[in-house]
Design a protein around this ligand. Structure first.
Ligand SMILES: [Zn+2]
Length: 348
């Protein structure tokens, strides 16, 4: 009885001409051929409410829904500016399918210029997925993004970069989940995105209720997803922004959401399990290598002095590989990350 009633309601509702064409995310609603703006309204809880900007692009032809998200870390500027450029330039008349674009998840971080975390609750906005409707602001925002963005998309790209204190060379993450359909689709996306260094990740959560990261929240819900990084140390260099903009457009071509052939990286450098180096001492950090440098295991990559100039620790590469990023500021406290080194691996 309930089923047949539901069927009647659905039939009547979808008989309306606008039904199939309307697409809503948060307060943004777009008819076919429209690009509209709105907000993901995170309600107040134990701490204040926040409104996360969202743009919906509803193409004129059928196709998949791609979500583009940046600014979980609100001072990774190149990735945020890249999505602003996509918002300005994308033409709904050319699009087959739909885009959900969230250019700045972590408004507090952006406004207050606080790296790594949401200053309201001190949490990283890419570590608490799938979120919690009754948690702190980061958890409530993550919960809403899971409902409104992840559950409404077919594919997802999470854009990041080097934060205020990270000198980073561009790279992307490809998660090998073991699910062949997902892995083939996300591999196609990461090659089409075009960054030439690709980290192969094999240890991401498998449990959708404990997905932690945004890309894992998508992939554990059956949606192919990648994460990409470009930009460094508070800059939004045109070269980095352009790489990210081009990557988004190229994935759209790859997914047949835009006309034209997608280019793929011909000879990517595949990177295995990344080694992080952290400092056992507080003081001044002096880097001795630059982002993108290839180092051998044991090589000195920097050192820390105490506040009187005495060297208290030498940072050495725990593995041979590429310096994915290195700390770009002198501020060093105990256990802070100094560098990430990625060992080169064979094609997976
Ligand atoms: Zn980030």
């Amino acid at each position: 009885m309930r089923t047949s009633l539901l069927k009647v309601v659905l039939t009547v509702a979808c008989a309306l001409p606008a039904c199939a064409a309307t697409f809503s995310v948060g307060t943004a609603t777009a008819e076919s051929g429209q690009k509209t703006t709105g907000y993901l309204e995170v309600l107040a809880g134990s701490d204040p409410a926040m409104n996360i900007p969202v743009v919906v692009v509803n193409g004129t032809k059928p196709g998949p829904t791609l979500a583009l998200v940046s600014g979980a870390h609100g001072t990774e500027y190149a990735s945020i500016i890249a999505l602003e450029k996509v918002i300005q330039s994308v033409d709904p008349a050319q699009v087959s399918g739909k885009l959900i674009i969230v250019p700045l998840v972590n408004l507090g971080s952006f406004e207050k210029k606080v790296p790594h975390v949401n200053p309201t609750d001190g949490k990283s906005m890419n570590r608490f997925y799938p979120g919690n409707a009754n948690g702190t602001q980061t958890e409530r925002a993550s919960w809403l993004i899971t409902k409104e963005v992840v559950e409404k998309c077919d594919y997802l790209i999470d854009l990041h970069g080097g934060d205020l204190d990270e000198s980073l060379r561009p790279y992307s993450y490809w998660s090998k989940t073991g699910n062949e359909r997902l892995d083939t689709a996300s591999r196609g996306m990461v090659l089409a995105f075009g960054l030439d260094h690709i980290i192969v990740v094999t240890d991401r959560p498998k449990d959708p209720s404990a997905s932690r990261y945004l890309d894992s929240t998508a992939s554990t819900r059956g949606k192919p997803a990648i994460a990409v990084e470009a930009g460094y140390s508070g800059t939004a260099e045109p070269e980095d922004v352009q790489k990210l903009v081009e990557g988004c457009y190229n994935v759209m071509r790859h997914l047949k959401m835009l006309p034209g052939a997608a280019q793929t990286v011909e000879n990517p450098v595949w990177v295995g399990k990344v080694s992080s180096v952290s400092s056992p001492s507080a003081g001044f950090f002096y880097p001795l290598v630059r982002r993108g440098t290839y180092v051998a295991e044991g090589m000195k990559i920097g050192y820390v002095t105490d506040y009187f100039g005495k060297t208290v620790w030498e940072a050495r590469a725990p593995t041979s590989g590429v310096v994915l990023y290195i700390c770009s500021v002198p501020s060093m406290k105990k256990d802070d990350n100094v560098a990430n080194i990625g060992p080169i691996t064979t094609e997976p």
